[in-house]
Design a protein. Sequence first.
Length: 383
Amino acid sequence: MELSFFNIKDGYLEALCRGLRSGFLTAEDYRRLGNADTLDDLRTALEDTDYGTFLQDEPSPIAVSTVGQKLKERLASEFRHLRIQANQPLSRFMDYIACEKMIDNVVGLIQGTLNRKTPQDLLARVDPLGWFPEMRAIASMDISQGYEEIYKTVLIDTPVGPYFEQYLHQVTPHDHDSRGMNNVATIFTENDLELMKNMLKKAWLEDFYSFCESLGGTTQEVMSHILRCEADFRVLSVTLNSLNTQLGTSQQLGDRNALYPSLGYLYPEGTDRIRKAWNEVTVRTALEPYAKYVAMFDQCRQYYSKERTGGDMKLKSLEDLLYVERVQMYEMAFEQQMHYGVFYAWIKLKEQEIRNIVWIADMVLMGSKEHVDDIVPIFAPRY
């Protein structure tokens, strides 16, 4: 049945998305970017790719941050072109993709507001993929006004409102509605905002997974695997990054464990084992039944060691390894037909390509061209 009816509503957009695959930078494109001596040279090299002249109106000397922001704006424009033509349930699926960036934007705006940044500065730094009109109000709000202001601007008027509401219920007593007006402001200042973002991402991931499961068919098959892997990667990332920090102490293991999603290939047995781990030895023991994850841990464990010195520049972090794993996983999503996973995979691969370009731009600016090849190529030839 799926093969019979998929193309009626979604075939055209899937074909467009698959066509966008041809726009990824090739090895030759990366070579030309790496040969640039200045950012203006890099801009010229990009004009010979699918990106075209999107930087032509920017004055010289161009900043790396400008390159990154313009790349994100171009990606957001292409995403909106697809989203505006989508029917349900594809439109809702694409809304979930954008929602992840909305969380990043809202948390960034709250952080900037607490730091007394101007609304203009805050809005100039948001990810265009996660843009929504209510962000202007968040950037201008006065957090000192407490629960009512936050509720109006974050919990009601934004697409990520349900996740914020869930978070506030978790970090406040059950009678928080009867407390003073400044309690929500207290929550935002007392709790680390990075911790809050991770809890919001966890709620989003679980919600997205449930939605994909309800779709059935090849979309369920492809996205179930991708999101389970994403959940496992999140568990590994939270665990390793909490080592040798306050979050890794026995007193705060509960806060760390609250960030683990209730899905994934590690869940529930592996996650339960990791919940009890507090150092490198116990983490590795917990991962022993999972050969792939043990191998990843062994590759990066020295990076998280207490004995690591600042001069160990060649050591790879877990994030470095996950970039490679994710690219391979997203590339494989294009190998199956008639499913929504290609939209998610395309967005994630483009985000990695943007990271590649920004990295090369940074290396060109710093004169460290020997590191321009430290990127993760997209759809590299397989031999």
